[in-house]
Design a protein around this ligand. Sequence first.
Ligand code: KIV
Length: 275
Amino acid sequence: MPTKTITPTVIKARKGGPPIVCLTSYTAPMTKLVDPHADLILVGDSLAMTIYGMASTVGVTQEMMIAHGRAVVHAASRACVVVDLPFGSYEESPMQAFRTAASIMAETGCAAVKLEGGTVMAETIHFLTSRGVPVMAHIGLTPQSVNALGGYAVRGRSESEAAMIMADAEAVADAGAFSVVIEKTAEPLARAVTDRIIPPTIGIGASVACDGQILVVDDMIGFFTEFHPKFVRRYAEVAQSVEAAIASYAADVRTRRFPAQEHVFAGTIRERPLA
Ligand code: KIV
């Protein structure tokens, strides 16, 4: 497996530099399109919705993350590939987290893992980073906790919640995270966190002041259209073009306009006399 040119250490050193471009990807063909343009590719557990049609990320398994992580790592040649630790695979103890992270890294060849949680995960992040596992932290809205949070509302609007999120940011930074995703969090808070902590912040529904930005690629290209979060800018309407292409194919098959002469193969057959 070739070593990717952009490592977690390179990402960490980009604090305050040119914005870090991050996108999700879950498959080899998409990775080939993303890799030349992105600094970091996240094999996110958002694949629950984008690939598997689940209602939340809670049902994602380690096997799913390994299968998709492996496909992405094989197809990427440049970007730093990070794989999400799925819900239930790391929260119990630092040891459980290490076993999961080590197995995901060994089986996929990814450069780092991402896990959700702030202060409560600091001990685990320290345990992993001091044992050779680069960790991207994820604070603010943490979708794996949707059942505890009661939904996907913006985080950090009240003073008390903002103070908690700032403490989360400091805890994961001190624990050794090489970067910190801040999701769906009040803009002034995301900006203040970016000013305060040493590792680069990667925003999604956060602030243009973050050191980088990430989006779910399927949202950004208009392939996943079930909802349109406020923080997504649509750069294409892929679902519409795909649907139009499928409709044209179906019409061509039904009217025998497909296949045409150029799609079939020449040959000879010996006519058999009728008996
Ligand atoms: O799973 C995911 O795609 C993520 C990003 C939204 C940051 O965690």
